[in-house]
Design a protein around this ligand. Structure first.
Ligand code: AFP
Length: 282
C-alpha cells in the first residue's frame, strides 16, 4: 500500500460531496471552451479547480492534468501524476442525469502509456454518490456519504452473463463494419445509453455487456480522450476481469503523443471485445 495513492484517493472522495453540492447553481455555460473545443459549464470549471488545488497540495502529486486545461500543472516533485475528467457527461446537468469524476494515477509524467497507471477510479453522481477504485488488480465500490467512504463491494467483477450495451455516435456515421457488429450485439443484449460515459460504463460493470464510442466516418479518432477517459476506464474494467480496446488492442497499450488525444473506446466482457476486434479487423 502506498500512502501517496491513499492520499490521492482520500482527496477525490473528500471532494466528491463538494462537487455534487456545487452542481445546482452551476448549470450555465462559461464563455471559454475546453482544449478539446467543447463548451465548458461553470460546474466543469468548479470541479476542475477543486481537484487541482487539493491534489497539488499533496506531496505525492507531481502534476495534475485535466480535460479542462491545456497543459499539465506541475506540483511538487511527487512521484504520481494525476489525469482527471472532473465532470464527465456534464451536458447531462441540463437534463439532470448522471455524471461523474474520472481519474487515473500514473507513475510517469503525462502523456504516458496506460501501463504507467498505478490506480484509477471514478465517482458517480447518481441517485447516490458512489466511488469505484481499481488498484493492485482489485476493484472496490464504496458509497460516499459526507466524504466518508463505506465499501459496499470488496471485489467487483464484470458479470459473466452480460445483458446491456451502449454505443455512442450517430448511426449514419458508423462504419459498415461497426454497424454490422452492432446488428449482432442487438440480438443478444438490451440498449442502455445515457450520454455520460461513466454512467454507461457503470452499467456494464453492474450488469455485464459492452460500452463503446467508435471511430466515426467523419471522425475516425472518435470522441473520447485516451488519457482522461480511455486509460482509467480500461484499467478499471480490465482489473474487474473485463477487456478494453481501441478497436485493435487494449487501451492500456496505447500511448498518446498529446494530452488531449482522442481514441475509439470499447470496454466490456472479453468475448464482446474479441468479436469487435475481429469485426473491425476484417
Ligand atoms: P460531455 O462531458 O460534454 O457531456 O460529454 C460526455 C462524453 O464525453 C462522454 O461522457 C459520453 O459517453 C459522450 O460524450 C456522449 O457523446 P454523445 O453526446 O455524442 O452521445
Amino acid at each position: 500500500m502506498s500512502d501517496g495513492i491513499d492520499a490521492i484517493l482520500d482527496v477525490v472522495a473528500d471532494t466528491a460531496p463538494d462537487v455534487r453540492g456545487g452542481l445546482a447553481g452551476r448549470r450555465v455555460y462559461e464563455t471559454a471552451e475546453n482544449p478539446s473545443g467543447e463548451q465548458q459549464l461553470a460546474a466543469d470549471v468548479y470541479a476542475d479547480e477543486l481537484l487541482e488545488e487539493r491534489l497539488l497540495a499533496l506531496d505525492a502529486v507531481g502534476s495534475y492534468a485535466s480535460e479542462e486545461r491545456d497543459a499539465a500543472v506541475p506540483g511538487t516533485d511527487g512521484e504520481y501524476h494525476v489525469a482527471a475528467d472532473p465532470l464527465d457527461g456534464s451536458s447531462n446537468l441540463k437534463s439532470n442525469n448522471t455524471m461523474g469524476t474520472i481519474f487515473g494515477v500514473y507513475d510517469a509524467p503525462l502523456p504516458a502509456s496506460g501501463r504507467n497507471l498505478v490506480a484509477a477510479g471514478f465517482v458517480l453522481y447518481g441517485p447516490i454518490t458512489t466511488m469505484v477504485v481499481a488498484r493492485d488488480g482489485t476493484v472496490t465500490e464504496s458509497v460516499i456519504d459526507d466524504g466518508d467512504r463505506e465499501i459496499v463491494t470488496e471485489n467487483l467483477v464484470v458479470p459473466t452473463d452480460p445483458t446491456v450495451y451502449g454505443f455512442g455516435g450517430r448511426v449514419p456515421q458508423w462504419t459498415d463494419a461497426f454497424a454490422e457488429y452492432v446488428d449482432g450485439v442487438e440480438q443478444e443484449l438490451k440498449l442502455r445509453y445515457g450520454g455520460a460515459m461513466i454512467g454507461d460504463v457503470n452499467q456494464v460493470l453492474t450488469y455485464g455487456g459492452i460500452f463503446g464510442y467508435p471511430g466515426l466516418r467523419d471522425r475516425p479518432e472518435g470522441k473520447l480522450r485516451l488519457l482522461f477517459e480511455g486509460h482509467p476506464i480500461a484499467y478499471i474494467v480490465e482489473s474487474a476481469g473485463g477487456a478494453s480496446s481501441n478497436g485493435e488492442r487494449s487501451l492500456l497499450d496505447c500511448e498518446p503523443d498529446r494530452l488531449h488525444e482522442r481514441t475509439p473506446l470499447f470496454v466490456g466482457n472479453e468475448p464482446y471485445i474479441d468479436r469487435l476486434e475481429a469485426a473491425l479487423g476484417e
